[in-house]
Structure formats: C-alpha cells, structure tokens
Design a protein around this ligand. Sequence first.
Ligand SMILES: N[C@@H](CCC(=O)N[C@@H](CS)C(=O)NCC(=O)O)C(=O)O
Length: 203
Amino acid sequence: MLPSPRSESLRKLYGTHQSGNVYKVRLMLSLLDLPYEWIGINLAAKEHRSPEFLQLNPIGQVPVLVDANVNIRDSQAILVYLARKYDNNWLPIDAEYMAKIMQWLSIAANEIEHSLTALRRHFLLGVPIDRAKAERTAKQLLQVMDQHLENQPWLECHHPTIADIACYPYIYRAADSQIDLSPYPNITTWLNRIQQLPGYIAM
Ligand SMILES: N[C@@H](CCC(=O)N[C@@H](CS)C(=O)NCC(=O)O)C(=O)O
C-alpha cells in the first residue's frame, strides 16, 4: 500500500527558523495540513556548505524540500510543487491566473528579495548592502501592492493562492527591515487576512 500524503516519513524540510524563505514553505505546509520532518541547517556553522547538503542543493541554500523521491530547492518552486501536488486551488492552471500568480512569485524572488529581505539581513546580520536602493525598491513595491489590494482581498483569483504566500513573509516582518507599513493600509489588512487562514502559523 502507498503511504498517504499525511505520512510524515514521506517529507523532509531542510531549513533554519530565522529564514523567511523557509518560513514561506513551513506556512504552506501548515495551511495544507501536511506533516513533515524538520531538519535544521545551521547556516552560521556553514552546514549548508557541507558535501551532504550540497548533494541536496548544489547552490547551497535553504529551503530544500524532499517529498518521497522528489527533491526541490527554492521557496517559490516548492510552493508551486506543493500547490499542484496537494491542492490546486492554491495555483489554478488557467493560463491567465497562472501567469498572474507567477508575476508575484517573480516579485518575491526579485523585488522583495533585493529590498525587504536584503534590508532584514542587513539589520539582523550586518550584511553590507546599498541601503538607499533597497529602501527605494521596497517603497515602490509596497505602493504598487497597496494600490493593487485596494479593491480585492487577495493578490489574484479572489481567493488565497501561492502568490499571497510567496509575498507574505518579508512584508509581514517589515519591522525587521526597518520599513514602516503605516502608509499602506490595504497591505496591513491583507496581512491580517492571511493571519486568519485556517492552519496559519507565525514565523
Ligand atoms: N531563491 C531562494 C533563496 C534562498 C535563500 O536565499 N536562502 C538563504 C536563507 S533565507 C540561504 O540559504 N542563505 C545561505 C547562503 O546563500 O549562503 C529561495 O527563495 O528559496
């Protein structure tokens, strides 16, 4: 008999609790009510550069999800995998919806990563960055998102999708990036809406 999707032995998540990209995947697994084994990777001790970990992800980054015999790196890619495998509502296959969701996944991997995420690493870990540029990018993006959310509860499809989950973590933790969210009331409402989803977990 095949193990059920609820079987913990099927699934392993490699990550660190400090990472928003890993939290993105922990949140999605929790919203989907999928159990998994947590494998902590100590970045300070360079465990992500060990030969064992590089076999899982040659790029040397967390998160990595191993689901039975499938190994996926990159938080956005993992969200796509989980949605299509376990609950299609989170990523409908309709061409327009899918493309619009992908636009937000690209924003998570690019504009958010190079602004809010970079600022968070700068303030929490002392990583040097072009702070003015990162703040400019963050503010431009937050303005666009706030306008986008003015007349709709979710980023796309009128229901929660992986677009919301991909963009959520580093905006929710904007205080770590020393970004004030008070000029963006629609974003604040959207963050609260995500926090009401069944299965929601805080970072
Ligand atoms: N695009 C990747 C970025 C992953 C990433 O930057 N992971 C960080 C933790 S948040 C990491 O592993 N950093 C260690 C390193 O790059 O050396 C994703 O979305 O998963």
